[in-house]
Design a protein around this ligand. Structure first.
Ligand code: SF4
Length: 62
């Protein structure tokens, strides 16, 4: 069982980069925000609708 909040669309987006926080949870950085001013670098989760959303494998940070 996990108590981590759902990231919403970012959890399933090619532009998302997962960053573990060290406390067992994770934050998401939006890589598309570099080229799309509508998007936030650190999206407020859960993201329920997003103009940049593209489903696929995101990037996993080490
Ligand atoms: S484009 Fe939208 S859904 Fe995708 S990572 Fe950025 S904020 Fe999240």
């Amino acid at each position: 069982m996990s108590s981590a909040p759902s990231p919403g669309l970012c959890g399933d987006c090619v532009h998302a980069r997962r960053l573990p926080t060290g406390g067992g949870s994770e934050v998401f950085q939006c890589l598309k925000s570099r080229t799309d001013a509508r998007l936030r670098k650190w999206p407020v989760l859960p993201v329920l609708s997003c103009p940049g959303y593209e489903p696929g494998e995101g990037e996993e940070a080490a």
